[in-house]
Design a protein around this ligand. Structure first.
Ligand code: HAM
Length: 426
């Protein structure tokens, strides 16, 4: 049986590589004072309607939602993103009173029923981070530095960060009306999707990929030119902080993002890579100062981002890393040697080596072939002679060098491992 369309298995060596670069990313997050939060995959659908927005594509078209089996048939949803859940958890845990300046990160699967293509799945994975209780521009600049540091740590190159300000409750409604009026005068030239957007979510017109719409809206009024004074000052300060301390960012006046909770700073991280094609956004984020209050908490500022793991992989994340091949294969060539082989393997694993053990039921030649096939660096051979002397033979599989009686079975694990690795350097 096959997996559902848009859902994928992750097999070795990709799974190992993913695990390692995710760990590297988490290590960077921890240096910025973020702690891990683990969240449910299933939430009340209402959570995303109230936060991501009822008229967004995510909620309207892409969310996996269904009625629960309870009497009330509560509407449930597989989470399409992580921010809403983190904010819900933050509010549930007592908000800023209990968790002042909470900094939380998460990794895990998200679900969106989009049209699958390269870099676009229905189950995909994110690494995300959310910081609460800071509404000052330096928090925005720091989050953008963090995103850049995470990308570097996992080996991504050619990362571009595009930034915009989406205004706030004071200035965005006026701008939205102005944009809607402007677009209303050109409605016949817009694509069908944009005509619908004009009624429901006019800002998304700026995001349309249709060439004709892109050309028409080049002349449209932009949010950055209609910010209220506090939003303008905030945005200018973010840009100035980044220009002195942070990564290079590009101002992107058309950047609107597909989630309704944003206010002020919004950003997107792209990598132009042939593997990514059109899906070149590896991450996105921004400020969501009203969201905690919307979800029932005491008004608290928030800002965060999420990176898409599959898209990071397509852009080359983790490829510089080692793969999961075993370091040592132990080859017992008699039944008696099997006991010694299992004992030695345990010892070496405790010392940190990746070790496989062969079966004495197979001939030496077949076992050597297997060691080669699994990509082992060393083969330790244990036969009657080696057992008698207590000194196994070793083959460096990479350089094809043999060394008899290489180490003493009775030595401690660290000393044995050192001997094995030393042989390998000759
Ligand atoms: P988002 O832009 O919807 O933001 O998603 C972030 C990233 O997840 C995207 O840039 C992309 O790399 C990846 N992604 C999204 N959809 C798919 C898909 N169908 N297949 C593969 N990858 C995908 C958010 O989710 C916000 N919660 C980010 C945030 C955190 N804002 C503030 N805090």
């Amino acid at each position: 049986m096959e997996t559902i369309k848009g859902f994928h298995d992750v097999l070795p060596p990709q799974s190992g590589r993913r695990e390692r670069f995710t760990r590297q990313a988490c290590a960077v997050l921890e240096t910025y004072g973020f702690s891990r939060i683990d969240l449910p995959l299933l939430e009340k659908g209402e959570l995303f309607v109230r936060s991501v927005g009822a008229t967004t594509d995510i909620v309207e078209k892409e969310m996996y939602s269904f009625a629960d089996r309870d009497k009330e048939h509560t509407l449930l949803a597989l989470r399409p993103e992580g921010t809403a859940s983190v904010v819900r958890a933050f509010v549930d845990a007592g908000g800023a009173r209990r968790l002042p300046e909470a900094r939380l990160y998460y990794t895990g699967p998200m679900f969106r029923r989009e049209r699958p293509q390269k870099g676009r799945l229905r189950q995909f994975h994110q690494i995300g981070a959310e910081a609460f209780g800071r509404d000052d521009p330096s928090a925005d600049a720091e989050i953008i530095c963090l995103v850049d540091d995470v990308c570097r740590a996992v080996g991504l190159t050619g990362v571009r960060i595009r930034i915009n300000s989406l205004g706030d409750a004071a200035c965005r409604p006026g701008y939205r009306a102005r944009l809607a009026e402007w677009a209303g005068g050109r409605v016949d030239d817009l694509c069908g999707d944009c005509r619908a957007r004009l009624q429901r979510n006019p800002l998304r017109i700026l995001d349309c990929k249709n060439e004709k719409c892109v050309a028409i809206t080049a002349e449209a009024p932009m949010m950055v030119d209609h910010l209220c004074e506090p939003c303008r000052v905030h945005y200018q300060r973010v840009l100035s902080l980044l220009s002195t301390t942070g990564p290079v960012v590009e101002q992107a006046p058309r950047l609107v993002r597909g989630l309704d909770y944003y206010c002020r700073t919004a950003f997107e991280i792209t990598v132009d890579h042939p593997q990514l094609g059109a899906q070149n956004a590896i991450g996105g984020g921004g400020r969501y100062d009203g969201l905690v209050a919307t979800l029932g908490g005491t008004d608290t500022a928030g800002i965060g981002f999420a990176l898409g793991i599959e898209r990071m992989e397509l852009a080359g994340a983790g490829t510089a890393d080692d793969d999961d091949r075993p370091e040592i294969v132990i080859i017992p060539i008699s039944a008696e040697a099997e006991d010694a082989a299992l004992g030695l393997a345990r010892k070496l694993r405790i010392a940190g080596a990746v070790v496989l053990v062969g079966s004495a039921e197979r001939k030496l030649k077949a076992q050597m072939k297997r060691a080669d096939r699994v990509g082992a660096q060393y083969a330790v051979i244990l036969g009657p002679d080696e057992l008698a002397t207590g000194r196994p033979a070793l083959r460096d599989m990479i350089h094809k060098v043999d060394s008899d009686g290489c180490f003493d079975l009775e030595s401690d694990a660290v000393a044995i491992l050192e001997r094995i690795r030393k042989v390998g350097t000759h």
